[in-house]
Write a protein that binds this ligand. Structure first.
Ligand SMILES: [Cu+2]
Length: 642
């Protein structure tokens, strides 16, 4: 790559109309030209991240008609030396705004880049010690071995921690279309220095037979004859969908929001409002951590899919009729490759409207009224493939003011050899094939703005009261409301036994009962991070140790595990954000919500996993003065009255 290989486009019309619109291909090229002119892109420097540096919220809200400076942020890595920098450029001023040089041992390493995958396969296959270890297992044709690089974490081993490195597991792919995940070569890992481009250590701990049963679910011998009993389902909207999309501004019923996309976070939704009233300024899933629970050999196996691998960059191009049914509107996403050159992912974001069963219904025994209304939702989604897993990120907006985030987890579970017996840390999913237990812990960043910037959070538990003079028959139940006033108090656990929810209230606006308008976060009640507090993962994934955090808005606080997650020693992100213990009562606040399953795989999850779901809901709570959907007309057709 040379700096002249990619040319900037200087057409003013190529620049987005709104300050929160994602960076365009022309902008990436313009930013790249600014960095090249400043001497930041000398060969072999590559982009480990490149995206929009959003204007701070106050700057945007204070000048609603103005155009704040358009800025891009790039993480640059010199492949020859490992030197890493965090760079911000101004497109308007055509200059580099800041260059922050990282010390990767304390600041963390930049994310894995595409080039790293190719380097790993090449150097591992060429390594004599690794080849010898495989030969001892009877595997002599290294062209049939696939290598899976896994981010290294930090375990206090000096020779590992000083390097930019990955740990590499091996899988056998004997035929071109074999599913390699079905054939793990267990007990052997190559530790690869990505800068020196060499294997510096082989860990050869034990040998177990490579599982042999095919997992190739495309193979008729595996899936059997396709069933012929499914008749077509077709979804039609003869008058088209009920939403409009102007640029990135999406409007549907009383909802409005801006649809954005980022290489790291994927979908970013801005300025979510209902009935021209703000609800959330910005919503995204900026991190997820997938820790594995086998303490032997693979104790280091943990992925931070956003911070270490940039999950947005791996967004799929969606296909009508397969991924999405009905009247679909797609948006493309523009990300960049290692050289900073734009790459358009066609049809990355799917927008549609769908029927969602009954909204409300009643047959009145006194006045004879028989009424039903249909629920609908607006769906904004994308899918990303990160290694063996595929994740669908779905945001739903309902007629009754509910917002839902749902993650669909599918793809292929990570495998190991099953050691036999009742091995407690994995499940046998095929003969001799184990799937280690793991967690998928997502972090939603919800920059709340319920009826304005002045918000507060109340924790709501429900409780039955003990019998006593005021409760003689013991039937009393109440809500217990605890106001969270400081950041040190905002780290909270979900509690299904108390039906715990968190209510985000406006401290300025009230409803017709004189009570604060509010939106309530309904969490699931799955466990947070299970790793022991004494271990390194607990420090690195601090955000995942609680289901909720509340922080005061700070434009620099974007990523719950910190800006540079790869090989970061820990303590960054939320634990650092709350160190000042700011006041969070009646101010501009951000909710960070941890959710997701602890996955002990089932045989039915193999060889490809039916979608598992997780997520959360936000529901209006006194945001309206009554059911806001009474004006929804009855369905047309045979059930309409009269
Ligand atoms: Cu899983």
């Amino acid at each position: 790559m040379t700096d002249t290989a990619v040319h900037a486009v200087h057409s003013p019309g190529a620049f987005p109309a709104h300050p929160l619109d994602p960076a365009s291909a022309a902008e990436y090229l313009a930013g790249r030209a600014i960095m090249a002119a400043a001497g930041l892109l000398a060969e072999p420097v590559r982009f480990a991240y490149y995206g929009l540096e959003e204007p701070p919220k106050d700057q945007l809200l204070d000048t609603p008609q103005g155009q704040p400076d358009r800025r891009l942020r790039a993480f640059l890595i010199d492949l020859g030396t490992g030197e890493s920098a965090d760079v911000v450029v101004s497109l308007g001023r055509r200059e580099v705004v800041s260059v922050h040089r990282l010390d990767p041992r304390t600041d963390g390493q930049l994310p894995i880049i595409e080039t790293d995958f190719a380097v790993v396969e090449e150097v591992v296959r060429a390594d004599p010690e690794w080849r010898a270890a495989l030969a001892r297992r009877g595997l002599t044709d290294v062209t049939k071995i696939r290598t899976c690089p896994i981010t290294a974490g930090v375990f206090g081993v000096a020779d590992d921690d000083r390097r930019r490195m990955v740990r590499v597991l091996a899988f056998v792919q004997a035929r071109e279309h074999d599913l390699a995940w079905a054939h793990p070569v267990d007990g052997i890992a190559a530790y690869v220095d990505l800068v020196e481009k060499k294997v510096y250590k082989i860990v050869d701990e034990f040998e177990l037979p490579v599982p042999q049963e095919s997992g190739d679910y495309d193979d008729p011998a595996v899936h059997g004859p396709y069933r012929t009993t499914l008749r077509p389902i077709e979804i039609t909207q003869p008058e088209g969908p009920s939403f409009t999309l102007e640029g990135n501004l999406l409007r549907w019923q009383d909802w409005s929001l801006r649809v954005g996309f980022d290489a790291r976070e994927g979908l970013v939704l801005h300025q979510i409002g209902l009935c021209e009233r703000p609800v959330i300024y910005r919503a995204s899933i900026p991190e997820m951590v997938v820790p594995y629970g086998d303490p032997r050999f693979r104790y280091w196996q943990t992925y931070f899919d956003a911070g270490e691998f940039l999950l947005g960059k791996w967004a799929n191009s969606l296909e009508l009729g397969c991924d999405c049914l009905g009247e679909i509107t797609y948006l493309d996403a523009t990300v960049t490759g290692d050289s900073g050159q734009p790459r358009v992912i066609k049809n990355a974001i799917c927008i549609h409207e769908e029927d969602f069963g009954v909204l409300w219904k009643h047959t009145d025994i006194f006045n004879g009224s028989v009424q039903t209304r249909r629920q609908r939702r607006l769906v904004v989604s994308f899918f990303a493939t990160v290694g063996n897993y595929d994740y669908g990120f779905y945001w739903y907006f309902y007629l009754d003011g509910t917002i839902e985030c749902e993650i669909k987890l599918t793809g292929v579970i990570f495998t190991a050899a099953y050691p036999g017996g009742d091995y407690p840390y994995s499940a046998e999913v095929a003969p001799g094939l184990g799937a280690p237990i793991h967690q998928h812990l997502f972090s939603a960043r919800l920059d709340m703005m319920v009826d304005g910037l002045s918000n507060a959070v109340e924790e709501i538990d429900v409780a039955g009261l003990p019998a006593g003079p005021d409760n003689p028959y013991g039937n009393a139940m109440v809500q217990r409301v605890t106001r969270l006033t400081r950041e040190s108090q905002g780290g909270r656990q979900a509690d299904g036994s108390r039906g715990r929810t968190w209510r985000v209230i406006s401290t300025e606006r009230t409803n017709r009962f004189g009570r604060p308008t509010a939106y309530t976060l309904y969490p699931e009640h799955a466990p947070a991070l299970l790793a022991d507090p004494s271990g390194p993962l607990y420090r690195r994934a601090g955000f995942a140790t609680n289901h909720l955090w509340v922080t005061r808005y700070n434009p620099a606080h974007r990523y719950p595990a910190g800006d540079f997650v790869n090989q970061h020693p820990g303590g960054a992100g939320i634990p650092a954000f709350i160190a000042g213990d700011a006041d969070i009562d009646g101010t501009d606040i951000v909710l960070w919500h941890t959710f997701g399953p602890t996955h002990f795989p089932r045989p039915e999850d193999w060889p490809v996993m039916p979608v598992a779901r997780c997520g959360f809901m936000l529901k209006p709570t006194g945001f309206f003065g009554r059911n806001p959907t009474l004006d929804i007309p009855p369905p047309t057709g045979h059930c309409s009255p009269g």
